[in-house]
Design a binder for this molecule. Structure first.
Ligand code: ZN
Length: 201
């Protein structure tokens, strides 16, 4: 399956001259919610991710997603794996379980996101689950932004990655874009101006 083509087709992989939240510039940007706009595409991607997780023989009781971004991917992955789906949500800088969701002692939980960038939200979700007695058995995302090392990839882990190294991370594809400081951005040098992704309406 050509994951990059699926993202492009869904207008989830944008090309241009972008100003990132970090202040750096890039010629590509992943608008990862867009790939889940079509439920059939979301199901296809989640089925492929579930297949990788099954092949790795990871036992999962429950998929937990950090809200809001991870909810659809997490729900779809849970469906594909035939397990329970829950989510944690932000509360004063941490992630907490609300809405009657609970975790049993030793419950095997996979943390799922739509995209893992540095993995900060996924890490907070895993800490919330472990504080409640659950066991985090894996991390998963449809897309890996290229900072963390996913199972089966030759792309090494970068220092920005916050996922724990002793827990496997599964994703469908690496999207390791070049980013530039504004003063060394080749697109700026050619005279174009960086725009915030999504600002074109
Ligand atoms: Zn630039």
């Amino acid at each position: 399956m050509d994951i990059e083509a699926i993202y492009k087709e869904a207008d989830a992989l944008l090309e241009g001259h972008f100003l990132l939240a970090s202040g750096k510039h890039s010629n590509r940007y992943l608008q990862s919610a867009k790939v889940l706009e079509n439920p059939a595409t979301a199901a296809k991607l989640a089925d492929a991710l579930a297949e990788i997780i099954r092949k790795a023989k990871i036992e999962v009781d429950t998929v937990c997603a950090p809200a809001i971004g991870g909810i659809i991917a997490g729900y779809e992955l849970a469906r594909a794996l035939g397990v329970r789906s829950i989510f944690v949500e932000k509360d004063d800088g941490n992630m907490i379980l609300r809405r009657g969701f609970s975790i049993e002692k030793g419950e095997k939980v996979l943390i799922c996101e739509d995209i893992i960038t540095t993995g900060g939200s996924a890490l907070k979700a895993s800490q919330a689950i472990e504080a409640l007695g659950g066991k985090v058995v894996a991390f998963a995302a449809l897309a890996n932004r290229g900072f963390c090392h996913r199972e089966g990839s030759t792309l090494p882990q970068k220092e920005e990655c916050r996922l724990p190294e002793n827990v496997p991370f599964f994703a469908l594809e690496d999207f390791d874009f070049d980013v530039y400081a504004p003063e060394s951005c080749p697109m700026c040098r050619e005279g174009s101006k960086a725009v915030k992704p999504g600002s074109k309406g």
